[in-house]
Design a protein around this ligand. Structure first.
Ligand code: BES
Ligand code: MN
Ligand code: ZN
Length: 511
C-alpha cells in the first residue's frame, strides 16, 4: 500500500507492541533451522516434533500472551518464517529473490490476520549485506501488499482489508545500512506499484494526457525537465508513425519526455516505453474475446515513467531520459488502412500491412527522435509488442533483442537481480529480409515466423549504431509468473530491472 509507513528501530523488539512480530529461520540439513536466539527454543521444539524445518515459506506461529511467562514479547503474535536453503547459498540474486518472496508471504499473512502493523526482526545473512536484505524484504512486503481498489468503492465491504498501515524493521546492528536499504526498497516498490496502478486503469481512465500529467508532476516535484510533443508539433517534425496509429482516434497523441541529468556531467541512458493506452487493432480489428486486456498495452510506457519516479527520488549519478509515445489504436473512417504507406521521423517509409502491428510504428518515431535529440550512450525500449513472445517464452521470461552484446548482458544481469528474468533472441539480416517491402523501405509485419524478432527488426531501422536493446514484455507485463509478491493482473515488470540497470551502470560493475 502506498501509504504504508516504513521505519527502522534499534529498540528491543520484545518490548514493542504490535500485531505481528516476524523472525526468520534458514534450513540446515538434518539440524534445527538457524534463527535468532529469541525464538530458538520454540523453533527447536517445533523441529524436534517434526513440525518445522525452516523450508521456504514455512510458517511457525506462536502466541506469547498464552504462555504466561515473563519477558515474553509484547507482540500479539510471533511468526517465524522459513527462508529455505537458498539464502545460505552463494548466489546473491537468488538470495534477494528469496527475501522478496518472504516479504510477499508476510503481506499475505498480514491480510489473513488483518494486521495493521508488523515488526520485522531482520535476519542476518552471510551472503547479503544488511541493506540488500532489508531492501529485498520491504520490496516483497510492499509489492505483495498491493491492491487496486479505486473503482470498487460501493461494493467494497468495510471489513475488507485496507493493507498494512505500518512496517517497522528492527535491527540491533548496521542500523544506518538498514535504513538506507529500507528507503531504497520502498522507493523501488512504490515505483513498481505506480506502474501497476497505471496499467490497471482502463482505456477511458488512462489516456496520453494522463501519461503527460503524471510526468509533469514528477518533473515539478523533483526538478526534472519535462516536455510533451503534441500533435501539431508531431506533424511539423514528420512523426508519421505515431500520427498514423492515432489517425482513427479522437484522443490526441502525445510524446511525453522526462529528462534527468545528474549535477556532474555523465553518460545518458535513454528509456523508451510503448504507451498504447488501448489496442483494438485498428482496421485490422482484433477478435472480441479478451480484447479488454489490450488496456494493458501501455505497460512499457508505465514501466519507463514509474522508473523515472524512482530516478527522480534517488538522483543517480548517470543521466536518464524517458520517452513515452502515447496514443490508442482505434478503427474509424479516418483510421490508417492496410496498404497505406507512412513516413517516419527519420524519413524511413513503411508499408502498413496490418494496422494491429502498431507498437513498432509509435516506437520507431520515439527511438529515432530520442537518439537524435539526446545522443544517449545506450537506448532500451520496452513494449508489450508481440503475441509471439508469449508463444515463445510463456509468462516467465521477457524477450530481449539487442545490437550490442555488452548491453544485452547488462540487461540480463539486471533482470536476474530484480527477479524479472530476460531471455535473449537473435536478430540478423535474414529476419530483416522478412520485412522488406516491394513499395516502401520496410513493411510493418514479417509473417508468422519469428514474429517477436521481425518486430525488433522493424525497430532496428530507427536506432542506427547506438547500443540498443529491446524488451518484449507482452508475456510478463500481466499474468507474470505467480509469486508471493506478484498478484494477479499487472506485474509492474521492467521498473526494478531498469533501476537495477541504472544502479549497476553507476557503479560501473558492468560495462
Ligand atoms: N499489443 C499487441 C501485442 C500483444 C498481444 C500484447 C498479446 C499482449 C498480448 C500488438 O500491438 C499486436 O497486436 N501485435 C500483433 C502483431 C501482428 C499483427 C504482426 C500480434 O502479436 O498479434
Ligand atoms: Mn496491436
Ligand atoms: Zn499493441
Amino acid at each position: 500500500m502506498e501509504t504504508t509507513r516504513v521505519t527502522t528501530t534499534d529498540k528491543d523488539v520484545e518490548s514493542l507492541e504490535t500485531d505481528l512480530l516476524v523472525y526468520f529461520a534458514t534450513q540446515v540439513k538434518d539440524k534445527a533451522p538457524k534463527c535468532d536466539k529469541a525464538v530458538a527454543a520454540q523453533v527447536k521444539k517445533a523441529f524436534n516434533l517434526g513440525d518445522f524445518k525452516g523450508k521456504q515459506g514455512e510458517q511457525l506461529f506462536y502466541y506469547p500472551a498464552v504462555l504466561g511467562k515473563k519477558k515474553q514479547p509484547n507482540a500479539k503474535r510471533v511468526l517465524v518464517l522459513g527462508l529455505g536453503k537458498v539464502a545460505s547459498e552463494e548466489d546473491r540474486a537468488m538470495g534477494c529473490e528469496c527475501l522478496r518472496e518472504a516479504g510477499g508471504h508476510l503481506a499475505k499473512v498480514c491480510e489473513k490476520i488483518q494486521a495493521k502493523e508488523m515488526i520485522i526482526s531482520l535476519p542476518l545473512l552471510d551472503i547479503l549485506g544488511a541493506d540488500k536484505t532489508a531492501a529485498s524484504l520491504i520490496e516483497g512486503v510492499l509489492l505483495g501488499d498491493y491492491r487496486f481498489t479505486k473503482y470498487k468503492k460501493v461494493t467494497r465491504k468495510k471489513t475488507d482489508y485496507p493493507g498494512l498501515g505500518a512496517v517497522k524493521f528492527a535491527a540491533t546492528s548496521s542500523v544506518k545500512l538498514v535504513r538506507r536499504g529500507v528507503l531504497q526498497g520502498k522507493i523501488w516498490a512504490q515505483a513498481a506499484c505506480a506502474a501497476r496502478d497505471m496499467a490497471h486503469e482502463p482505456g477511458n481512465g488512462w489516456t496520453s494526457a494522463d501519461f503527460a500529467a503524471f510526468a509533469k508532476d514528477i518533473a515539478k516535484r523533483h526538478g526534472l525537465d519535462y516536455r510533451c510533443i503534441e500533435k501539431k508539433e508531431m506533424e511539423k517534425l514528420g512523426m508519421g508513425g505515431i500520427l498514423a496509429v492515432n489517425q482513427g482516434s479522437v484522443i490526441p497523441p502525445r510524446m511525453v519526455i522526462l529528462e534527468y541529468q545528474p549535477a556532474k556531467k555523465s553518460e545518458t541512458i535513454l528509456l523508451v516505453g510503448k504507451g498504447l493506452t488501448f489496442d483494438s487493432g485498428g482496421i485490422s480489428l482484433k477478435p472480441g474475446a479478451g480484447m479488454e486486456d489490450m488496456k494493458y498495452d501501455m505497460c512499457g510506457g508505465a514501466a519507463v515513467l514509474a522508473a523515472m519516479q524512482a530516478v527522480a527520488e534517488e538522483k543517480p549519478s548517470v543521466g536518464v531520459v524517458a520517452i513515452i509515445p502515447a496514443t490508442d489504436n482505434m478503427p474509424s473512417g479516418s483510421a490508417v488502412r492496410p496498404g497505406d504507406i507512412i513516413r517516419h521521423y527519420n524519413r524511413v517509409t513503411a508499408e502498413i500491412i496490418n494496422t494491429d502491428a502498431e507498437g513498432r510504428m509509435i516506437l520507431g518515431d520515439a527511438l529515432a527522435y530520442g537518439i537524435e535529440t539526446y545522443k544517449p550512450d545506450c537506448v532500451v525500449d520496452v513494449a508489450t509488442l508481440t503475441g509471439a513472445v508469449v508463444i515463445g517464452l510463456g509468462h516467465h521470461y521477457s524477450g530481449l533483442i539487442s545490437n550490442n552484446d555488452t548491453l544485452a548482458l547488462c540487461l540480463e544481469e539486471a533482470g536476474k537481480q530484480a527477479g524479472e528474468p530476460i531471455w535473449r533472441l537473435p536478430l540478423n539480416k535474414h529476419y530483416k529480409k522478412q520485412i522488406e517491402s516491394k513499395v516502401a523501405d520496410i513493411k510493418n509485419i514479417g509473417g508468422k515466423a519469428g514474429g517477436t524478432i521481425t518486430a525488433a527488426a522493424y525497430l532496428s531501422n530507427f536506432v542506427g549504431k547506438t547500443p540498443w536493446a529491446h524488451l518484449d514484455i507482452a508475456g510478463t507485463a500481466w499474468d507474470f509468473t505467480e509469486k508471493a509478491y506478484i498478484p494477479k493482473g499487472p506485474s509492474g515488470i521492467g521498473v526494478r530491472t531498469f533501476l537495477t540497470l541504472i544502479r549497476n551502470w553507476e557503479t560501473g560493475k558492468l560495462k
